[in-house]
Write a protein of this length. Structure first.
Length: 355
């Protein structure tokens, strides 16, 4: 079960708190197919989904990482509106065109056992929190998922994780692959029969872990795409990858405001630093459902709370106000809005406002 060629990727560390960008786009694509409204609130992801559906080249996504909370927000948004069998429904769909670095590497292993071991060893390429453990018990092998509710994922995500693992195993070997049993931490769902039909084995609910039980003979199954040369090339490529974290414009502006609020309270200074025109800045923020004036006001309110012991004149200057009366007006408005102001906004008002 040891991988034949697996150089360390530690020389090119994966940014913490990130996941494979192509995995996020593929999930958004699958969710949109079930409920078009899901991906509709994610303009950037919707664009990638359209490119994926159209069969366009997605090579630039392979080295790109998205924040993990994007993945979690997609799941929780879907869990509110889509039935509990969502994980089963989308997990069965294997999308070769959406293969990331790890799936491409794994698919060229010699056997299912080698592929499974490599997948678990390098899961950080996909999502470090989607951890797995292999535990031999007699002639059986317990494949346990650590993607639990304590990690910020709903039941549908946990079901999809096990379903997708088996679906890919069948895709890489043959359709006869079936576990001996499946264990779930959640209570018996209404779609229990559908789960049994897919896994072709007994389902056990309210257990201590989410896991598949495979016969050890399954690990010897050869992979249909096995190619030692391509596998070695993939390993070398991944060892040289320089991962890049996508940072939305909103996050970049928030970072600038926290660095120097007085300076970057002027939108011209932000545009100069980010090398964009004011029109481009507003347009990109609008795509992210945000406006500069709101980001500035939120940061001013946050820092004002930290500076409360200082004089009003000092606070006004540090927050980038031209005069103290503007600060007093803002403070009165913040008090009226309450502490939850930053979470209460539902969408941008106007793109031309610059605070």
């Amino acid at each position: 079960m040891q991988t034949a060629y697996s150089p360390s990727v530690n020389s090119n560390p994966i940014p913490p708190g990130t996941v494979s960008a192509i995995a996020v786009v593929d999930l958004a694509r699958q969710l949109r197919a079930v409920d078009p409204a899901i991906a509709g609130v994610w303009p950037e992801l919707a664009n990638w989904v359209e490119r994926m559906d159209a069969g366009h080249d997605l090579a630039e996504l392979l080295n790109l990482r998205f924040p993990e909370h994007w993945l979690q927000q997609l799941w929780h948004g879907a869990a509110k509106t889509i039935p509990d069998d969502l994980g089963l429904r989308i997990g069965q769909s294997v999308s070769p065109q959406a293969q990331g670095l790890l799936a491409s590497w794994v698919s060229h292993c010699d056997t299912l056992g080698e592929a499974l071991t490599l997948y678990i060893e390098r899961i950080a390429l996909l999502n470090a929190r989607d951890g797995w453990t292999l535990t031999p018990k007699g002639r059986d092998l317990y494949v346990q998922s650590r993607l639990g509710a304590d990690r910020g994922y709903p039941q549908q995500a946990r079901e999809r994780s096990l379903v997708a693992l088996l679906a890919w195993g069948r895709y890489l070997t043959d359709d006869s692959l079936a576990p001996l049993a499946v264990y779930w931490t959640h209570a018996k769902p209404a779609h229990e029969e559908a789960l049994t039909e897919f896994f072709r084995c007994p389902q056990h609910f309210e257990q201590s872990a989410n896991a598949l039980v495979l016969p050890d003979t399954a690990l010897q199954r050869p992979l249909k795409q096995a190619n030692a040369y391509v596998k070695k090339l993939m390993a070398r490529h991944i060892s040289d990858v320089r991962f890049h974290t996508h940072q939305p414009l909103t996050s970049q502006i928030q970072s600038l405001l926290r660095q120097d609020l007085k300076r970057f309270s002027q939108v011209e200074a932000v545009c100069d630093r980010l090398h964009v025109s004011r029109a481009t800045l507003y347009r990109k923020l609008r795509d992210e459902r945000q406006v500069y004036s709101r980001l500035l006001d939120e940061e001013r309110q946050r820092q004002a709370a930290l500076l409360h012991a200082r004089s009003a004149a000092d606070i006004a200057e540090r927050l980038g106000y031209h005069d103290i009366s503007s600060y007093y007006k803002a403070r009165k408005r913040w008090r009226g809005q309450g502490a939850a102001m930053a979470q209460a906004g539902s969408g941008p008002e106007t793109a031309g406002e610059d605070g």
